[in-house]
Design a protein around this ligand. Structure first.
Ligand SMILES: C[S@@+](CC[C@H](N)C(=O)[O-])C[C@H]1O[C@@H](n2cnc3c(N)ncnc32)[C@H](O)[C@@H]1O
Length: 666
């Protein structure tokens, strides 16, 4: 695509998106832009009436959001970003600006106003270029806006409320998301669709092109393509005309084509851009001077092909604790890191360079240091460390996925193929040696349960792994994910009406602690297998003000469940087959009194089941269970007597689903 090379111009820059919107992140990721996400703290409180037009308001908000992030990053003595992108989307109808609804009633009022009418969606975008002079932040702001007109069909009350109960309207300007369920409400769209999603990509790329390739007029050609809007293309993007300080322009000097012929200047420059992050169609002039499409460089595919290398580089660097060595602003040369991690200098240097190219480390002439991303998520003892899950990914999931072909052919999980036949035996021997007694049904039934439980632990044949260490590693992995998701799950709905809660399979209790933080009057019990409960103590938060959480050992398929007003199943349902789900949900349904509720936390798929990729890719493990869409979770809960089912797409990895127990189950 002709616009894309300009994205390549940002490759060597530190780009920050000052927005937590997963939709904006996805739009920019899809075109190969590499960036960090630092959500802005700027409160959207500008007085709307002081702006002559809605777009001026959106632009100013976008600018303030980006400047707040730029200032904060600079002040905290973090490395000043090169570019901060801010965006703000507003919907206007009958000259009134609608932002995000504050509650369901507000969403109802907004959507009722949009029903049967045409409205405008404005996104203001600010591109803030930052530099640091004598420790002072200098900024240069470029801004623009895009307008798209959208017409809603007439919405019935029933449709309106069903849509509101889906939870989708809550975090979206105008109270709808066009890319998901909200698409059903729309009769037509005039203008840039992505602008309605939250980011006007086409206009953004044009703006970047203006900034990075200000072309002499005579070199501009207009190309037209049915699916791509008419855009300007620049025949010659060579150094002379563009930013000659950009190192990307020199990297592939004297490149040869596959037959060994040197590429022409124009093609070479485009290949340079493409070979970094971009997917593009190259437009060149042939000998007779006719413009033609000569090649496609599918960098999306290249990125996917390289994905396993990138994952493994992250895993190995984490395993060697490279990010721990470089924490606290430590800067080390490769030779020192190699010495400390007891690895070859040559190998370490390549690994560190790989990490730098992936944005995990910074490299200067002084040596290597952690990026903010690494400091926050990769240092093993950090509050939000993903170290535990990364090690789990390396030691367990990686091996499972090397058997993906067999898993697809057979449609089964490849635990035995990946870790050896004795996995179950080891688990059982181990359980016996630890004298964990499981009171339950006859041996065959119990064996089945054990082998299912073993799927959670994914024990391997390596002797050090069928141990307390194995369980702790699994628990650490779960703990690290829960630390990042618990707040959004706990606050997805107002749960203040409940007095007691039971988190079934609640593992180390992260969600339970988050719930008590938000609802101090809630008595909460974490119910998990005995071998998990035996190991939870080292994961508990310390401090005077920590409200206690009760831990109870048991098996949710066999044992009585503790009584509670609210039951929680976080990352449980996707794992089990229908038979097991039937046992579990029947039990919960039977014990729930009318008015009590079930809170489910899972990754909710879109209705086509192709989004979000994390959930879709996780399905490839071929556990007996499956990931579900919002309507499937709704149906499932309704089947077991839960009503008024609400779904909240949180924008985090886990979404939340809440259903209330009605008098009798179906
Ligand atoms: C994927 S983890 C999810 C942990 C936690 N709920 C979270 O969201 O991070 C599944 C949890 O279910 C627990 N579990 C598995 N089978 C169980 C059973 N039969 N009874 C009770 N807990 C069980 C596991 O020990 C593990 O802690």
């Amino acid at each position: 695509m002709v616009l894309i090379p300009v994205i390549g111009k940002l490759v060597s820059k530190r780009v920050v998106l000052a927005s937590a919107s997963p939709r904006r992140q996805e739009i920019l990721t899809n075109v190969g832009l590499r960036f960090e996400v630092v959500p802005s703290w700027f409160k959207e409180t500008l007085e709307k009436s002081s702006f002559a037009t809605p777009y001026e308001y959106a632009i100013e908000t976008a600018k303030q959001k980006a400047l707040e992030v730029a200032n904060r990053m600079h002040l905290k003595h973090l490395r000043t970003p090169d570019i901060v992108i801010g965006a703000d989307t507003v919907v206007t109808v009958e000259k009134q600006i609608l932002e995000k609804p504050v509650d369901k009633q507000d969403a109802y009022e907004m959507l009722s106003r949009l029903s049967g009418k045409e409205h405008s969606v404005f996104t203001g975008v600010a591109i803030v270029h930052c530099s640091s002079k004598d420790d002072c932040l200098e900024t240069e702001v470029t801004d623009f806006y895009e307008e798209t007109k959208v017409k809603f069909a007439e919405l019935s009350e029933e449709l309106l409320w069903e849509y509101i109960h889906s939870g989708e309207p809550m975090d979206k300007a105008g109270g709808y998301g066009i890319q998901a369920l909200g698409g059903m409400l729309v009769e037509y769209v005039h203008g840039d669709f992505l602008n309605v999603v939250g980011f006007p990509l086409n206009h953004f790329c044009k703006k970047l092109a203006e900034l990075y390739y200000p072309p002499p007029k005579h070199t501009i050609h207009h190309t037209k393509n049915d699916s791509i809007p008419s855009v300007e293309t620049f025949e010659n993007l060579s150094d002379g005309e563009s930013d000659s300080s950009d190192p990307m322009h020199h990297k592939n000097a004297n490149k040869l084509d596959r037959s060994g012929t040197p590429l022409s200047g124009a093609v070479q420059t485009l290949v340079n851009s493409c070979s970094t992050e971009t997917s593009c169609m190259v437009t060149v002039e042939n000998q007779s001077g006719v413009m033609e499409y000569s090649a496609k460089f599918p960098s999306k595919i290249v990125e996917l092909m390289d994905g396993f290398r990138a994952s493994k580089a992250l895993f190995v660097a984490s395993k060697l604790k490279v990010f721990d060595l470089l924490k606290d602003k430590c800067i080390l040369k490769a030779v020192v890191v190699a010495d400390k991690v007891e690895a070859s200098v040559h190998g370490t240097e390549r690994l560190l360079d790989a990490c730098a190219s992936l944005g995990l480390l910074d490299k200067t002439h002084q040596g290597y240091s952690n990026t903010d991303l690494a400091n926050k998520y990769l240092v093993s003892d950090g509050e939000y460390s993903l170290h535990g899950y990364i090690i789990h990914s390396n030691d367990r999931l990686w091996h499972l996925f090397t058997h993906l072909e067999a898993a697809v052919k057979e449609g089964t999980m490849q635990t035995h193929q990946a870790f050896g036949k004795e996995t179950e035996d080891l688990f059982q021997r181990n359980r016996a040696s630890e004298e964990i007694s499981i009171i339950g049904p006859a041996v065959t039934e119990r064996d089945k349960l054990l082998s299912n439980t073993e799927l959670f632990f994914n024990l391997g044949k390596d002797s050090c792994y069928h141990s307390v260490e194995a369980k702790q590693r699994f628990m650490t992995a779960m703990h690290s994910i829960a630390k990042l998701t618990a707040r959004d799950v706990a606050t997805a709905f107002d749960l203040s009406q409940f007095r007691s809660a039971c988190d079934l399979g609640g593992c180390t209790g992260v969600l339970a602690h988050e719930l008590v933080q938000n609802y101090p009057n809630l008595n909460i019990t974490v119910f998990d297998l005995p071998e998990v409960i035996a190991n939870v103590s080292c994961f508990q938060p310390s401090g005077k003000h920590i409200t206690p959480v009760t831990f109870t050992a048991g098996d949710f398929f066999k044992d009585n469940l503790p009584e509670a007003d609210l039951y929680i199943l976080s990352l449980i349902l996707h794992h089990w087959n229908d038979e097991k789900i039937h046992i579990l949900l029947s039990k919960i349904s039977a014990i729930c009194k009318p008015g009590s509720a079930l809170l489910v936390a899972e990754m909710v798929l879109d209705e086509e089941k192709t989004y979000p990729p994390t959930a879709v890719l996780q399905s490839l493990s071929m556990t007996e269970g499956k990931q579900r869409s919002g309507s499937e979770y709704k149906q499932l809960l309704e089947k077991y007597g839960f009503t008024n089912v609400q779904i909240k797409i949180t924008g985090n990895i886990l979404d939340a689903i809440l259903g209330f127990r009605k008098t009798s189950a179906h």
